[in-house]
Design a protein around this ligand. Structure first.
Ligand code: ADP
Ligand code: MG
Length: 677
């Protein structure tokens, strides 16, 4: 059986089994699913097509006995001449004296190694007596460690396939194999280990790519279905007329994308299922406007709403703008860590009595002593800072509100549909009309004077600037511009009527707030800061964003920082000061100057960095696929997603006999039970 321990395979003893266990291979099935991580292709080409310094394979006849020379300590050099296409080619082989006996004049031999075009010489890394088996030999390369060699692994793989291949069964319904012209499982699996040619290999990989994506999507969507059904009972009945009226009070019409997202959210809130939705949109795309309409909708349904943000500064900004938007339509309070004592007690009791409609704050607002009377709707701003723990807190209090996560970090579609497969996603991918595009420039440090001069000119027009640098303390290891130094430098450079502020993570919360307030009120014209201003700060009068050592930031972070300007009607500028040493770094700077669309940019970022790095290694449930590649195989991912959706929606797993094996496979994988916390 495929579940037999690997020791059941001929050639695998206890010691080998222990080594295999370090690769997470325990039973026969694990071994068979351990695919090569790459394939070396040895293709015989005419001499005239061989490229200098390339790894090549040639086939020829040995002209005369190899001669062997020893040098240094135990080093040897074996050389001989081979006739290839009537041309004499010299072959050299290092430290393989034993081969002298095997290679004889007149033999046909196949050699692989590095090609020296000038000397017509090959430095052999691999040789085989006799002619090449085919014009292109494909050699599987497994990721191995310890005592396991590629050779040994291939050997036991061969045995495993010989003895167990019959037990490999197909679990994909025939209709998909036919529709996508993909090989059945057993054949594809054998090909993955021992490909006969490139075309077979390509199709085998296509099969496993689809299989991985389909299983993944099915698991995610089943999970979502289970979660939904577990949360029945919070349908909100709101007043459509009042909502329309409320929307009419905005001084602008909603964009198409805002309208679409709004309708998706409202229809979730109306449904009996608990909403679990991500609202994505670039900075300034109008997410907050949509969110406030939803908050209002919830109020007309007689519910309370909450808005949770990562920092107190942000909470305060939201509080100001929402009290303005709502006027006397809602009683809004700001509940942060700095609300203490009697004031806090009063606020908490007002929330409990439903005298309060909307609570805005940091995580403090779901703390132990805060009880809502009837919480219907929660917005979490910047989803990646809100974890499982907070969700649990809400649930432990018996609250089942609809939850909307908002993020201005545009997540590439590719990642969104995998990483957030158990969440619904709305996207605002359109900017309100009349927004001026931020002009972005990339310069080297030697133009800093000019940059400073430019800032001075804009300040004279009444505008403001941010100057961002990566770290706050001098490090002798890294040559990093330091915020404090820069602050001193700027104070020296500018006349005393230009006020400069300093902001970094080590400041006290009070000081931070003070500096931010002064900047928001234009008492400070230039804010020198580390990246603490990254999230959500809104000062429309700031039009210049200078980012020092910009190569130290990722594209998404640069884009976030750039989003701090361009928030008013004035033309804004982003100046990247960077001298990247790597090509990837230069590429990032170029992309920044050319692309202002956050989604486009995030796709590029993903390509440059790969999915693991995109979210940061530890975070997120970005899945690891064995064969599939989320970026490269994007189309297959889409296809698998659609198929999974159809399978779940029409309940094919239970109703169609053709899906029986697939159903069993999913049950065996039992991922569903693990994931429900
Ligand atoms: P986000 O939360 O996505 O950063 P906001 O909702 O704060 O964006 O909107 C940014 C600015 O654009 C605000 O000043 C807001 O009043 C304005 N705004 C929002 N939606 C529109 C629209 N449809 N047309 C014009 N301006 C809009
Ligand atoms: Mg609902």
């Amino acid at each position: 059986m495929l579940s037999d321990p690997v020791t059941a395979i001929k050639g695998i003893g206890e010691k080998f089994a222990e080594d295999l266990a370090t690769l997470n291979i325990f039973n026969v099935e694990d071994l068979l699913s351990y695919f090569p991580y790459r394939y070396d292709v040895f293709e015989i080409k005419p001499l005239s097509e061989l490229i200098h310094d390339d790894k090549v394979t040639i086939e020829g006849r040995v002209v005369h006995e190899p001669s062997l020379a020893f040098y240094g300590k135990k080093k040897s050099r074996l050389s001989f001449t081979v006739e290839v296409e009537n041309i004499a080619v010299k072959a050299v082989m290092f430290n393989r004296a034993f081969a002298k006996k095997q290679i004889n004049a007149g033999d046909i031999i196949t050699l692989t190694g590095k090609w020296d075009l000038n000397r017509l010489q090959i430095t052999v890394s691999k040789y085989k007596l006799g002619p090449a088996e085919s014009q292109a030999e494909i050699q599987p390369m497994y990721s191995v460690k310890g005592d396991i060699s590629n050779f040994k692994l291939k050997k036991v793989m061969q045995n495993a396939i010989r003895d167990y291949a019959d037990e490999i069964i197909e679990f994909l319904p025939d209709r998909y194999l036919r529709a996508y012209k993909i090989p059945e499982r057993r054949k594809a699996l054998i090909t993955m280990h021992f490909p006969a040619n490139r075309i077979d290999l390509k199709h085998a990989r296509r099969r496993f790519t689809y299989e991985e994506f389909l299983l993944f999507q099915l698991k995610m969507q089943l999970l979502r279905k289970i979660k939904r059904e577990a949360t029945v009972g919070n349908a909100q009945v709101f007043d459509q007329e009042k909502i329309k009226e409320f929307i009419g009070l905005f001084p602008f019409p909603l964009t198409k994308a805002q309208e679409k997202s709004l309708n998706q959210i409202l229809s979730d809130m109306k449904s009996p299922y608990r909403m679990n939705r991500l609202l994505q949109g670039d900075v300034g795309s109008g997410k907050t406007a949509v969110a406030s309409i939803c908050l209002y909708a919830s109020i007309t349904a007689g519910k309370q709403g909450a808005l949770m943000v990562p920092t107190e500064i942000l909470a305060e900004q939201h509080y100001q703008s929402l009290t303005e938007t709502f006027g006397d339509k809602a009683n809004i309070v700001l509940l942060t860590g700095s609300v203490k004592g009697k004031k806090r007690k009063e606020m908490v009791s007002a929330i409990e009595n439903h005298e309060v409609d909307i609570v805005i704050g940091t995580h403090a607002l779901i703390q132990d002593d805060v009880f809502f009377n009837d919480l219907g709707f929660v917005i979490v701003d910047e989803q990646h800072r809100f974890g499982v723990e907070q969700r649990r807190t809400l649930r432990d209090k018996g609250l089942k509100p609809d939850v909307l996560f908002m993020t201005a970090t545009p997540i590439p579609r590719t990642l969104a549909i995998t990483a957030f497969g158990d969440m619904d996603v709305s996207v605002i991918d359109e900017m309100p009309m009349g927004r001026k595009e931020i002009e972005t420039y990339w310069t080297k440090e030697n133009t800093f004077e000019r940059v400073l001069h430019f800032i001075e000119k804009q300040i004279a027009l009444g505008e403001q600037a941010y100057v961002i640098c990566p770290l706050i303390e001098e490090s002798d290891k890294l040559d990093i511009q330091n915020a404090v130094d820069l602050f001193d430098q700027l104070q020296e450079y500018y006349p005393s009527d230009v006020n400069i502020g300093l902001m970094h993570g080590r400041l006290h919360a009070d000081d931070k707030e003070n500096v931010m307030k002064q900047f928001a009120g234009n008492e400070i014209q230039i804010l020198v800061s580390t990246t603490v201003v990254e999230v959500g700060v809104n000062v429309p009068n700031a039009t210049i964003m200078v980012i020092y050592d910009a190569e130290r930031f990722g594209l998404s972070q640069l884009h976030q920082l750039r989003g701090r300007v361009g928030r008013g009607d004035m033309q804004s500028y982003c100046i990247l000061i960077a001298d990247p040493k790597s090509e990837a770094g230069r590429e990032r700077m170029r992309i920044m100057t050319e692309t202002s669309n956050g989604f486009e940019l995030s796709e590029q970022d993903l390509k440059l960095r790969g999915p693991g790095d995109f979210f940061g290694r530890k975070q997120s449930g970005v899945p690891e696929f064995k064969v599939a590649d989320m970026i490269h195989d994007y189309r297959a991912l889409e296809t698998a997603r659609k198929d999974a959706q159809e399978i779940i929606e029409t309940n094919l797993l239970e109703q169609d006999a053709a899906f029986y094996q697939l159903q069993k496979k999913l049950e065996n994988d039992s991922v569903l039970t693990d994931k429900l916390d």
